[in-house]
Ligand binder design. Structure first.
Ligand SMILES: Cc1ncc(C[n+]2csc(CCOP(=O)(O)OP(=O)(O)O)c2C)c(N)n1
Ligand SMILES: [Mg+2]
Length: 276
């Protein structure tokens, strides 16, 4: 991959991913568009910004970095990214949530190349990631593991149990990224189960913490490169995001969490994404 960043191309990639998420979920009539839109720039930075080491034509390459989609309901985004990265034919995307399609409502390991873990039941990602850390050590492999968490997901107790363990095992090749969009399924995090002071909590658990604008691709890439140098403890990047990013009326309405846009709404959304 090229060392010089082509930011206009990366922004164009992010736009294409948003359009694919929109088309997949509208065609399926269900799914999680706003959760997927929220993390588009994070995955663009990881997969297309020269961060993640992968070979889409050799999905089980032992030295590959692992990407764990812990907020598994953002499956449409993961599928769009994997298709754009060359893991499978993009035409498959339009079978999202159809009976017998491998493009399931939540990712299932083994159903499509590039899916590193089954997810959808929230809270497991750091535990899975730490398993890869310890397995890599036993096998003498130096890959990194990136785990994408939702902020609502961080209300799960297993996240914090795994955070203790990751610090204990000095898992400095484990990088958690929190999509801090301030909303979960049923409303604002501050009302449902407040997380603040969030940075201090991670620090108290022994993690190195960075904060970044989760829609600024360049800043995300720079932060990811910075945490790669961390020694002796795991890192977490808290990315400040907007749930539904890119479509004004989805940003303004958290009930789009598990609801697709109607075909009419999708036309308005397409215009906004194309002009944004
Ligand atoms: C263990 C578990 N409990 C509840 C759910 C139902 N659920 C699906 S998504 C979601 C909210 C997740 O919010 P967040 O992590 O903030 O993700 P966002 O969509 O905002 O990115 C919930 C409660 C689940 N999938 N797994
Ligand atoms: Mg959230």
């Amino acid at each position: 991959m090229s060392q010089t960043l082509d930011l206009p191309a990366l922004r164009e990639k992010a736009r294409s991913l948003r359009l694919d998420i929109l088309d997949m979920t509208t065609h399926a009539g269900s799914g999680h568009p706003s959760s997927s839109f929220s993390s588009v720039e994070i995955l663009t930075a990881l997969y297309f910004g020269g961060i993640l080491r992968y070979r889409s034509d050799e999905p089980h390459w032992p030295e590959r970095d692992r990407f764990i989609m812990s907020k598994g309901h953002a499956a449409p985004l993961l599928y769009a990214v994997l298709a754009h990265a060359g893991y499978f034919d993009r035409e498959k995307l339009w079978t999202l949530r159809q009976v017998d399609s491998p493009v399931e409502g939540h990712p299932v390991q083994g159903r499509l190349p590039g899916i590193e873990t089954t997810s959808g039941s929230l809270g497991k990602g750091i535990s899975v990631g730490l398993g890869h850390v310890l397995g890599g050590r036993m096998n003498g492999l130096n890959y990194r593991i990136y785990v994408l968490l939702g902020d609502g997901e961080c209300e799960e107790g297993q996240i914090w149990e795994a955070a203790i363990a990751a610090a204990h095992f000095k898992a400095d090749n484990l990088i958690a990224i929190v999509d801090y969009n301030k909303y979960q399924e049923t409303g604002p995090i501050s009302r449902e189960m407040a997380l603040e002071p969030f940075v201090e909590k991670w620090r108290a658990f022994g993690w190195h913490v960075e904060e970044v604008d989760g829609h600024d691709i360049q800043a995300i890439i720079e932060t990811l490169k910075a945490v790669q140098k961390m020694k002796g403890r795991p890192s977490v990047i808290i990315t400040h995001t907007v749930k539904g990013k890119g479509v004004s009326f989805v940003e303004a309405d958290y009930t789009f969490h598990g609801r697709a846009l109607t075909p009419e709404q999708a036309e308005k959304a397409r215009e906004e994404i194309l002009c944004g």
